[in-house]
Design a protein around this ligand. Structure first.
Ligand SMILES: *[C@@H]1O[C@H](CO)[C@@H](O)[C@H](O)[C@H]1NC(C)=O
Ligand SMILES: *[C@@H]1O[C@H](CO)[C@@H](O)[C@H](O)[C@H]1NC(C)=O
Length: 467
């Protein structure tokens, strides 16, 4: 979003955000946010991507909807692909946190004169409250993320996410606990807004759609189980930038350098992120990193997502073909002219999944594809990259397809995390004609067959020629 601004307005924005941050510092309602909060990759809070929400979590900017003003457009359908909200760490990270906290308590330079107050806080006041049974479940804050998103979307699309439409909105979710809790919270948000006393849930679990990556053999064998697929990540983990972060962290803790590993460094960084996203606190662990350290750790996460879930391997994006076709079939139905006797199509389709669901689909659509792939050796030339998972897939990340009925025919607009994004190849307009979008993705609409891409055998069904 910011990179699109010409330099002069960047200054204005910088000045404005300085004023705003002054204001927010003096405001009691805005919590103290760590200076590294925008670098947590997939563990970033949604409101650190959209900081206006820190002041008012229900604020909606209606000018993000941008059909041509002369064509009298009305939104007729919304498909939203949404990531679950804030969650607990998974068991793997809980074990690393355990190891790190024991190490720091036992061996960091305890109570030595001049030891920093945050270190004393870690050693005497901070308690490791994470337990293995929390394993990746949605937290209270994560429920709020989805409730509030639902309420904002209902304000943005009052004719689609409306009380009258309640039974006509389709809702699907991955089977994972955190996603089911999220799709429930989304429904709670809508029904609370409509002041319904009793919340009713109706959603389907559909892993073939929302966890397609597990069902695609070509992906599982070519990437997931392929020991060399993430080579760049391994190299970067042991490269000079990560070594630097590790050395500075060891110095701040008064530990011998060799006592830390890249995984323990990352555990401390994640601790800072979890305490913020789960409890809204500025954890003492955050003081182990300056902004440059955070950028290195963010890059490490971006490398992993790029090579595991995005443009790094074509099969990663192709594994999302079932979801791609599902979205376009829904849009086709919603945009098709109807006889007055026909039932009207669904006003909204809500699809709740994971970062691993969103990234391949975004990649398949051709988004966030920088000219040079990020590798272990080009950290310094990648500072201006568009592929930053902190901005793309924070908790409650969402990809919205908004279909409008306009004088010249249906139009389609994309929003990512409630900001407009243009279709690659159709950059002239925010909401191009739907038929032009279809023409741009013709090769995928006619192909992108799950069976041939994932199983390496001829299509299990014909090409999608439905219009
Ligand atoms: C609202 O959205 C528009 C379009 O993206 C943007 O230009 C504008 O700055 C936003 N306004 C606020 C107050 O965020
Ligand atoms: C594993 O990944 C490497 C590196 O991306 C790739 O060249 C190779 O073809 C992959 N192997 C398989 C079996 O897909």
């Amino acid at each position: 979003m910011f990179s699109l601004l010409p330099p002069r307005s960047t200054l204005v924005v910088a000045a404005l955000s300085l004023v705003l941050s002054r204001l927010s510092c003096s405001s009691l309602t805005v919590p103290d946010v760590p200076h590294i909060a925008t670098y947590f990759g997939t563990k970033t809070r949604y409101e650190d991507v959209n900081p206006h929400l820190l002041r008012d979590v229900l604020s909606v900017n209606k000018s993000v909807l941008k059909p041509p003003p002369t064509e009298r457009c009305t939104p007729v359908h919304l498909t939203a692909v949404i990531r679950h909200g804030s969650r607990y760490p998974t068991v793997k990270n809980i074990r690393r946190i355990q190891k790190l906290s024991e190490l720091v308590r036992r061996e960091a330079s305890r109570g030595s004169a001049g030891s920093a107050s945050w270190l004393q806080d870690i050693q005497s006041r901070w308690e490791n409250w994470y337990t293995e049974d929390m394993d990746g479940q949605l937290v209270m804050k994560g429920r709020d993320d989805l409730r509030q998103l639902a309420q904002r979307l209902s304000v943005l699309f009052p004719s689609l996410l409306s009380e009258e439409n309640l039974r006509r909105i389709s809702l699907r979710s991955s089977s994972k606990h955190r996603c089911v809790s999220s799709v429930e919270a989304f429904q709670e948000g809508l029904q609370q807004l409509w002041r319904r006393s009793e919340v009713q849930y109706s959603h389907e679990v559909d892993d073939e759609l929302m966890r397609f990556f597990e069902h695609c053999r070509g992906y599982v064998e070519g990437v997931e189980k392929n020991r060399t697929a993430l080579l760049e990540v391994e190299k970067f983990k042991h490269g000079e930038e990560m070594e630097g972060v590790k050395r500075r962290m060891a110095e701040r803790l008064g530990l011998p350098h060799h006592r830390l590993t890249p995984d323990l460094v990352e555990a401390a960084f994640f601790l800072c992120s979890y305490e913020l996203s789960i409890k809204s606190v500025h954890s003492p662990w955050c003081f182990l990193f300056d902004e440059n350290d955070a950028k290195v750790l963010e890059y490490k996460s971006d490398l992993k997502q790029y090579w595991k879930r995005s443009h790094g391997h074509v099969i990663s994006s192709l594994s999302s073909c079932p979801l791609f076709h599902h979205v376009f079939r829904t849009l086709d139905r919603a945009g098709r002219p109807r006889r007055s006797t026909e039932a009207s199509p669904e006003p909204a389709s809500i699809l709740v999944g994971h970062a691993e669901t969103l990234l391949p689909l975004l990649s398949l659509l051709g988004l966030y594809k920088d000219e040079t792939p990020p590798t272990a050796n080009n950290y310094h030339t990648q500072q201006g990259r568009s592929f930053r998972t902190s901005l793309i897939v924070p908790y409650a990340a969402n990809l919205l397809f908004v279909l409008y009925d306009c004088q010249r025919g249906p139009r389609l607009q994309l929003l990512i995390n409630e900001s407009p994004v243009r279709f690659p190849g159709l950059e002239a307009e925010d909401a191009p004609l739907y038929r032009d979008v279809r023409a741009t993705y013709r090769h995928l609409l006619d192909g992108c067959d799950f069976h041939s891409e994932c199983e390496g055998r001829p299509g299990g069904r014909g090409p999608n020629t439905e219009l």
